[in-house]
Design a protein around this ligand. Structure first.
Ligand SMILES: [Zn+2]
Ligand SMILES: [Zn+2]
Ligand SMILES: [Zn+2]
Length: 505
């Protein structure tokens, strides 16, 4: 399967040409993205906004081989019906073209071509074949799994396409669809654009066990949620986690963020945030040759994998340090948001009901975490580190040290034990700690003892960590990060990726 990104941007593109925000200023200088569209094998095109044919021309990509056009919905950045008219003026005019789209989008094409070409595009003898893509066609769990499948092209070049319900659309355009595409060589691709979250239950059932080679998922809203039915960085990661739980995203799946807008942070920040979800943002014009992961079975009964695969193939030790309110806990949580399962380990004392400020602080942290995470309140960290299992988030080492301060001998012994268990951790662990001692010397002996003990524990944990990050004013600064492997495979972050850069966060 060959996948060419003809566009990776939002409706207005990134930069938005009228906008002088910092994100657009960065994009103008570094990376211009047009409306999202994806060409598969030079034969099948997913979405065709008005930007797209000209972008193809600028990229040197020919559309003459196109046989199947799949439109997700009738929003104007996904369908410019004029493209069909321009095609009719070309040497490809007489060649057949399937147009698969929700009924409202087909009606738009029919009205446009009837108005400007003067004939019904679906008349007898027309090279265009209109096929409705009905979200309802997604087979509910337990029903005939072959329902709703479209078989496009001759036997030797057959695409099997399944429209699935998106969380996007309105009364005028009807529901938008996602596309599950199986290519002639057995490649499996999910096109998720546009949609909000969560996905409808029938869609999640339909993608279970599909083990896609490529998942293209919109991420329109960046850090500014609330704009339309779209994904932001947090809901994108949570949806990837759900797809992992369902066996739709597996080790080796390439997860690509598209439909990117200026609501996103620019450059390295976006790269870092997407890498936390095991994803990346391709550029307009990028092409991937994808070897299918396993034997195709578009009509097989979905069978979710028993144990969902974590983002990191091998255990990783990640230490995140920073001052008070530096954003270190939020960074640690983002780091694990796309994991199918997470065990959150709170090392704080149970809240004292009389301390309202502390109780409120704990409640804020708890509300921020996905409901699927398991929470443990314990300081018994060593057994947890020794057991294989889902990634651990330990928040935080400072409270763990503080609880042992009364007995210096015990503290030293327990710290040595913790550092040893951390060094040989059997599972991925992200530990939050506090940066101490940058300011004045504490006035009390207990304060000085805490500062010294935590400083020493931090240094010992950092010495054998795979990654160490320092949060300053909410910005993660890498002190050490996982290196890509030198043997050509991705590094010790097991996310799908064509380059080792996927392992760099
Ligand atoms: Zn859109
Ligand atoms: Zn802007
Ligand atoms: Zn839309």
């Amino acid at each position: 399967m060959k996948v060419t990104l003809l566009g990776t941007g939002s409706a207005d593109g990134w930069p938005n040409p009228w906008c002088d925000c910092a994100s657009c200023a960065w994009a103008r200088d570094h990376e211009v993205r047009g409306q999202t569209a994806v060409l598969v094998d030079d034969t099948l095109l997913l979405d065709c906004g008005p930007d797209v044919p000209r972008t193809a021309a600028r990229l040197g990509v020919r559309l003459s081989g196109l046989r199947h056009l799949l439109v997700s919905h009738a929003h104007p950045d996904h369908l410019g019906p004029e493209s069909l008219m321009w095609r009719s003026w070309s040497s490809a005019a007489a060649r057949p073209l399937d147009v698969v789209a929700p009924p409202a989008a087909l009606a738009m094409c029919r009205a446009f071509l009837t108005r400007w070409e003067g004939t019904d595009p679906t008349r007898d003898g027309s090279p265009l074949r209109f096929l409705p893509a009905l979200a309802d066609a997604a087979a509910p769990s337990g029903s005939n799994p072959g329902a709703g499948l479209l078989h496009l092209g001759p036997d030797e070049a057959r695409y099997v396409v399944r429209p699935l319900a998106a969380r996007h659309g309105d009364a005028d355009i009807g529901p938008a669809v996602l596309y599950d595409v199986t290519t002639p060589d057995g490649g499996r691709l999910l096109y998720g654009c546009d949609t909000g979250a969560p996905l409808p239950a029938a869609t999640l059932d339909a993608v279970a066990g599909r083990a896609y080679d490529v998942v293209l998922l919109e991420e329109n809203n960046g850090d500014r949620p609330g704009f339309g039915e779209h994904l932001d960085l947090a809901t994108f990661a949570e949806l990837v986690a759900e797809l992992r739980r369902r066996g739709a995203v597996v080790p080796g799946t390439r997860v690509l963020a598209v439909h990117l807008s200026h609501r996103n942070p620019p450059g390295d920040v976006l790269t870092h945030r997407l890498a936390q979800a095991g994803a990346s943002a391709p550029a307009d014009g990028d092409t991937f040759d994808v070897t299918p992961l396993a034997t195709p079975s578009p009509t097989a009964t979905p069978s979710p994998t028993a144990t969902p695969a974590p983002v990191s193939a091998a255990p990783l030790r990640v230490l995140i340090t920073g001052g008070a309110r530096s954003g270190k806990s939020a960074e640690a949580e983002r780091r694990l948001l796309a994991e199918p399962e997470v065990v959150y380990v709170a090392t704080s004392m149970p809240p004292d009901p009389s301390d309202q400020e502390w109780s409120a602080r704990i409640a804020t942290h708890r509300d921020r975490r996905p409901p699927s995470w398991i929470t443990l309140e314990t300081r018994d960290l060593v057994p947890l580190l020794r057991e294989p299992g889902p990634p651990l988030l330990i928040d935080d080492i400072g409270l763990w040290v503080a609880a042992l301060l009364d007995d210096p001998g015990e503290l030293a012994a327990r710290t040595a034990e913790l550092v040893e268990a951390w060094r040989f951790a059997a599972r991925t662990v992200v530990a939050v700690t506090n940066e101490v001692g940058s300011g004045v010397v504490p006035a009390t002996p207990a304060g000085r003892q805490f500062r010294d003990a935590l400083g020493r524990a931090n240094a010992a944990l950092a010495a054998t960590a795979d990654e160490v990050w320092h949060l300053v004013a909410g910005i993660p600064i890498p002190l050490r990060r996982a290196e890509p492997a030198r043997n050509g495979r991705p590094g010790n972050v097991g996310a799908a990726g064509e380059t080792g850069s996927m392992s760099l966060l």
